[in-house]
Design a protein around this ligand. Structure first.
Ligand SMILES: Cc1cc2nc3c(=O)[nH]c(=O)nc-3n(C[C@H](O)[C@H](O)[C@H](O)COP(=O)(O)OP(=O)(O)OC[C@H]3O[C@@H](n4cnc5c(N)ncnc54)[C@H](O)[C@@H]3O)c2cc1C
Length: 529
């Protein structure tokens, strides 16, 4: 589709540069929150290169938040991740079976499918426009907005003015360089060949395996659509051309597939980096996804981190643009997201050192040590049950100060469970929270202690209410009510307590129901009221 004659709107509330998976997720979320947004991309189609393959439960929950149905794209549920060393055998394992907060702990997927689904989702909203064939070339910001200069495919330039601009333009982000936010930190700079083979139904493995051979580390995993992926680290002196050669690939895959059965679907050599910029915000310009941080994929957290960015930023932008909150709340995006993104990069580097030991003695020692640690029950469960993964608990940001010893952590993720709504339908509890800031009552109607005036203020800021009861309980009150079918919510807070939950499912405040008015007043103060 050529855009010679496409006229860009002169003004929008939010301009998103980049319509990759993270930009599209932000667009879908802004659509849901009723914001007038435009997403532009220099290309029209989704990228077909072999990239993200794994998503965790938090990512799936954000896709749910953005409106994707569970079956919107194919997934394979991964029951375990195995770490294997040629010298010491299996030295590590992560138990990824079961689910957390309503979603499988680990799935593999096909990135173009996810991107198509997310684009389709964002297209449902008339308030969100997206146009391919426009490249950002410059931006100028002042006190009231950002002027973006975009070049169309015919070389002509157009300008779009927005209240806020979001750079979702990937690892080589133009937005990042225009706001002077060069990546900090060292880069791995290791080259890897990624191969996706097709027609592997019934033959692909059912789990993720890391063959941590110092001579040729090789992660290996299945993907939907009969795909199977291998990643091979390049050795010194090997070139991209050699590695991407089909005959060479057939030799590399010989232990798994005979050459006559090999169907290479996609192949690419990538250079993996571990980098994060100094600030995710400069005035009215924000960075999300790979534009803000890039990580080696060893813990499958690159896209996941970008999805977290989108969920965190979307509602804050919406609340500000819609006049429900002071623009100061936007500062909390960087405060909340950057430390966690850095922690994930550090974990990926640690995992990288296990996957790519420098030589045989290091492999023997490192992998042998990991194997011995598993003999200690506490450490075994710490490693196997993914306790090593940094929790999405903020230290600073848009929530009331953390009180030690509370079961529900302020600045942490609100749990999700299976619930029955008042009309008898069974679903996930986030869907009952909807797009709102919600005052949740655990075993109690959260409205009982609220006077008219405070309810009016709360509702004016997009505040709603939800009463969580036990399975089998009913409520005659007008407050929305859900039955907690698997005790996933009621098990996490004392009966009679309340929580203020942000639209991105982060706990903003919590306390006893006797302090309902105080909880709301303090939450409104955080929003600038
Ligand atoms: C081999 C590999 C394996 C991976 N595995 C995983 C995994 O298992 N799990 C995981 O979570 N992540 C993984 N990742 C990372 C994941 O793929 C990325 O984090 C994710 O694709 C980033 O999405 P994004 O939307 O931020 O950027 P991108 O997907 O790069 O999208 C950026 C968009 O911006 C557009 N653009 C760029 N510049 C401009 C401009 N000036 N003007 C207009 N448009 C512009 C581009 O055309 C593009 O469409 C992997 C990556 C690789 C390479």
């Amino acid at each position: 589709m050529h855009n010679n004659k496409t006229k860009l709107p002169a003004t929008v509330d939010i301009l998103i540069i980049g319509y990759g998976p993270v930009g599209a997720t932000l667009a879908a979320l802004l659509g849901r929150y009723g914001v007038h947004a435009l997403a532009v991309d220099r290309v029209h189609e989704v990228l077909l290169m072999p990239r993200a393959i794994a998503l965790d439960n938090e990512a799936l929950r954000i896709l749910q938040l953005a409106g994707l149905a569970e079956d919107a794209f194919d997934k394979i549920v991964i029951p375990e991740v195995r770490m294997h060393c040629p010298m010491v055998g299996q030295f590590g394992r992560a138990n990824t079976s079961g689910n957390l907060d309503g979603h499988p702990k680990l799935v593999t997927f096909y990135q173009p499918d996810l991107e198509h689904s997310m684009r389709a989702q964002s297209r449902l909203f008339p308030n969100v426009q997206h146009l391919g064939g426009f490249e950002l070339v410059d931006l100028i910001q002042d006190d009231t907005g950002v002027l973006a200069i975009l070049r169309g495919e015919d070389g002509s330039q157009q300008q779009v003015r927005s209240q806020y601009l979001v750079g979702a333009d990937g690892a080589s982000s133009k937005v990042r360089s225009l706001i002077g936010q060069d990546f900090q930190g060292t880069s791995y700079s290791e080259d890897w060949l990624i191969i996706d083979a097709a027609e592997r139904e019934q033959q692909a493995i059912d789990h993720v395996e890391f063959i941590c051979d110092h001579r040729r580390p090789t992660p290996h995993m299945p993907a939907p659509g009969g795909r199977e992926r291998w990643e091979f680290m390049l050795q010194a002196g090997e070139t991209r051309e050699q590695m991407e050669n089909d005959e060479h690939i057939a030799t590399l895959l010989q232990p798994w597939i005979t050459a006559d059965q090999l169907k290479i679907e996609r192949k690419a050599v990538y250079r993996f980096h571990a980098r994060c910029c100094e600030r995710f915000q400069s005035g009215r310009v924000f960075l999300i996804g790979d534009a803000a941080h890039i990580t080696p994929p060893f813990v499958g957290q690159g896209l996941v981190a970008g999805l977290r960015d989108a969920a965190n930023l979307a509602w804050k932008l919406a609340w500000v643009v819609n006049g429900r909150a002071n623009s100061k709340i936007l500062d909390s995006y960087d405060q909340e997201r950057r430390p966690h993104a850095r922690e994930m990069i550090a974990l990926a580097k640690l995992m990288g050192s296990m996957v790519m030991p420098k030589n045989a003695p290091m492999a023997f020692l490192g992998h042998g040590l990991m194997r011995s640690l598993r003999l200690v029950p506490y450490l075994r469960s710490f490693l196997e049950e993914l306790e090593i993964k940094p929790k999405n608990n903020f230290k600073r940001g848009l929530f009331m100060p953390v009180v030690r010893g509370r079961r529900l952590r302020r600045g942490g993720l609100f749990p999700q469970g299976l619930v029955r709504t008042q009309n008898g339908s069974i679903g996930l509890s986030d869907d009952s929270l909807g797009d709102n800031l919600t005052l949740v009552g655990f075993g109690i109607d959260p409205c009982t202690q609220l006077d008219e005036e405070i309810r009016h203020c709360w509702e004016g800021c997009g505040g709603r209410y939800l009463h969580v009861g036990l399975q089998g309980q009913k409520s005659r009150a007008t407050t929305p009510f859900i039955e907690d079918l698997n005790y996933a919510l009621l098990g996490k807070a004392p009966v009679g307590s309340l929580a203020v939950v942000r639209p991105d499912r982060i706990v903003m405040h919590e306390g006893p129901h006797t302090q309902a008015g105080k909880l709301i007043r303090e939450s409104l103060a955080l929003l600038g009221y």
